[in-house]
Design a protein. Structure first.
Length: 209
């Protein structure tokens, strides 16, 4: 009987010891793995450079060259434009479409107003006022059939017409619209980087009021 009691007590101690060992060992092993696993496991991250996140790389250029060009131009500020619109022109015109510029993304930013005026003879002028946009290489002013494109793919789904190269990334400026162009077919003004096909800013257009 004494032998049986001794055996039971010994077995219970061994079980209790094993359980205590497991309770202590599991957190210790987890901590050791958490500390040591970076030595054995690769963690790959591929983030696009913000200057060229939406840029298309032209033939003959590398991604690094695109990034360098975009970064360099972003640091340049053009001389601010200050083109007036004469009182006579304003008096002989009416607002056909107007809208406010918004940012294209977190890096390409724009603000100000785009207004298309219909002149007395039937011609149209696009005027940008209180305008400012992130600088970039070879920026163009476009009229787009897309109402408010959020991406290049959405922009590509609609027809557009190039009005002119952007005169300056800051200030008030006027652009003549090709005679005979039906402006009612276009629903936004877009500042567009032509070589890298990037939207810099968008102004959705609508009739006044």
């Amino acid at each position: 009987m004494k032998i049986l009691d001794w055996f039971i007590r010994t077995r219970n101690r061994k079980i209790a010891t094993a359980v205590a060992f497991v309770v202590v060992a599991i957190p210790a092993l987890w901590l050791a793995w958490w500390l040591a696993s970076p030595l054995f496991i690769d963690r790959e991250v591929n983030e696009e450079f913000p200057y060229s996140a939406s840029a298309e790389v032209p033939d003959g250029l590398s991604q690094e060259e695109v990034e360098a060009a975009m970064a360099a131009m972003a640091k340049i500020t053009y001389t601010a434009m200050s083109e007036p619109m004469s009182d006579d022109t304003k008096a002989a015109s009416e607002v056909a479409l107007t809208g406010n510029f918004r940012n294209a993304d977190s890096f390409h930013k724009g603000s100000g107003t785009a207004t298309i005026y219909k002149l007395a003879g039937g011609a149209h002028i696009l005027r940008l006022e209180d305008f400012r946009v992130t600088n970039g290489p070879d920026l163009r002013v476009l009229l787009s059939g897309a109402a408010d494109p959020m991406s290049r793919s959405e922009f590509n789904q609609h027809e557009y017409v190039e009005v002119a190269p952007l005169k300056g990334n800051v200030g008030n400026q006027n652009y003549e619209i090709t005679t005979g162009l039906d402006v009612s077919e276009y629903r936004s003004v877009i500042i567009y980087c032509k070589p890298f096909r990037v939207l810099f800013s968008v102004a959705p257009l609508s009739p006044p009021g």
